[in-house]
Design a protein around this ligand. Structure first.
Ligand code: PLP
Length: 476
């Protein structure tokens, strides 16, 4: 069947669309070829250099031609000009930041999400909102959060989930003292105090975006040698504050030490001082799937709001953030979008009213696919394997005479350095990464420059770990 066969001939002004209609006719072949290209890249990620360090061959200033030549030509150009210059961040030895790969099922879900291109705003005329609701229910189950108390929304990432946490918390705080920030602006609540021990960089950015201010939070001490909230300091600072509105930001898996706060103790303090508890569990949330570590998250169900995401440890492609809260109506107060053309009588959640974007990608589908395909056991196996790999690398570092472990990993990140100076370590990191076998990112921990090896990819296996160790050894 051809798509064009029943069409009237295109008028001259429509002519430029003929390439698109031609592509539509041969879309089956195009998708097969695209699949081959994608498959080649995915398979090749085992062997290619983990990062690309020279992309001078790509000219960002190239002028755009008036006439295109169709998808297959563009695909060929992408294959030659772009793909060879990419990082193999989907591969098993990319250990930078906290970078998840993509499970096959999540990839398929992502492609389908693009193919069906739903505007996932709500339940009007499409099941997409119900799929998002189901995925959020499953996430609640994973985190042992009662479905009848928690609800949420999928976002573009943990940064936006943290933003929603701040905005919802601030609105709730205002409501507690009889002011309405949503209607009247943040100035009606000048005495808002935010307490945080180890806020992620994204939270600091969100403090700026919300107009609260990057420097306008009360820094709580951490327990010696950790990134964990010092509870007695938090108590003292809550007691000393005469602010009417208080938000406490806790961590469930800090980005360096992967430390978890004592969430029950912090929830007790929040209850005593009338504070909102936001927990940043961007990747630590999934420790709930590892029975050896699930207790780290004890008390999470007492949080008012929680940040997590799927594009790190759940190995769903970008972008996929997760925001959960016990106060969904407060979130909806802040994010609701009114216009006659947006009205709907359809029954179900309107996600347009729960986040920053109005128009939204159907990002529930990749999550749904990976969860359906591999189940709880499959997801848990990735978490356990990555934690074991971080522990294995830590053990190797500990016994290596030229290396030092900066912190025992609690989860999936190993932090270490050579016994040399910070400058030596900077140069060493460059050498390790230049080797192309692995990619580590820097950190400062306990005042020392070091490296982070963050295991977050489902594809990482023992032989990859052996290659990583060899790459470090060769750079020493
Ligand atoms: C604890 C924590 N919170 C928030 C973020 C921000 O996540 P995203 O890049 O998805 O916005 C990160 C990223 O590493 C993180 O580790």
């Amino acid at each position: 069947m051809t798509y064009r066969s029943n069409r009237a001939p295109l008028s001259p002004t429509e002519d430029a669309r003929h390439l698109m209609f031609d592509d539509l006719e041969k879309l089956g072949r195009i998708l097969v070829e695209t699949g081959d290209v994608a498959h080649g890249f995915i398979q090749g990620a085992d062997d290619m250099d983990v990062t690309c360090r020279d992309f001078s061959a790509f000219d960002p200033s190239r002028p755009l031609s008036r006439q295109g030549s169709g998808t297959l030509d563009a695909l060929r150009a992408a294959k030659e000009e772009i793909l060879p210059l990419l990082a193999a961040s989907i591969g098993p030895r990319y250990l930078g930041f906290v970078t998840g790969g993509t499970t096959p099922a999540a990839l398929v879900g992502d492609w389908l999400a693009s193919a069906v291109d739903q505007n996932a705003t709500g339940p009007e005329g499409s099941v997409n909102a119900a799929v998002e609701e189901q995925v959020i229910n499953w996430l609640c189950d994973i985190g042992n959060l009662p479905r009848d108390r928690f609800d949420g929304v999928l976002t573009t990432g943990a940064t936006v989930s943290n933003l929603l946490g701040l905005v919802t918390a601030r609105q709730w705080c205002g409501e507690q003292v009889g002011v309405n920030i949503d209607a009247d602006g943040a100035s009606v609540l000048p005495d808002l105090a935010i307490f945080a021990a180890s806020p992620h960089a994204s939270m600091i950015k969100d403090l700026s975006i919300t107009g609260i201010g990057r420097n306008s939070f009360i820094k709580v001490a951490t327990l010696p040698g950790t990134e964990e909230t010092d509870l007695s300091d938090l108590r003292a600072k809550l007691e000393a504050s005469d602010a009417r509105a208080k938000i406490v930001i806790a961590s469930a898996g800090t980005v360096n030490a992967t430390d978890f706060d004592d969430l029950n103790a912090i929830a007790d303090l929040c209850a005593a001082f009338g504070a909102w508890l936001h927990v940043d569990a961007a990747f630590g949330f999934f420790a709930a799937l590892d029975d050896r570590r699930a207790h780290f998250l004890s008390g999470l169900e007492r949080a008012d709001s929680i940040t997590s995401d799927g594009h790190k440890w759940l190995n769903v492609p970008y972008d996929c953030g997760i925001f959960l809260t016990r106060h969904i109506s407060v979130l909806e107060t802040c994010c609701r979008a009114f216009a006659p053309y947006l009205e709907t009588k359809a029954i179900g959640n309107s996600y347009i009213n729960r986040g920053v974007e109005n128009s939204r990608r159907f990002r529930a589908l990749p999550l749904w696919m990976t969860m359906m395909a591999y189940g709880i056991d499959g997801m848990a196996a990735v978490i356990r394997a990555n934690c074991d790999q971080a522990a294995d690398l830590a053990m190797w570092v500990r016994t290596h005479e030229k290396l030092e472990l900066l912190r025992e990993p609690k989860l999936n990140v190993t932090m270490f350095a050579s016994v040399g100076s910070d400058d030596d370590n900077r140069a060493l990191l460059d050498r390790i990464n230049a080797g192309g076998k692995t990619f580590l990112t820097p950190t400062i921990y306990g005042g020392r420059f070091g490296f982070r090896a963050a295991f977050s990819n489902w594809r990482t296996q023992d032989h990859d770990l052996a290659i990583v160790k060899q790459a470090i050894e060769m750079a020493l």
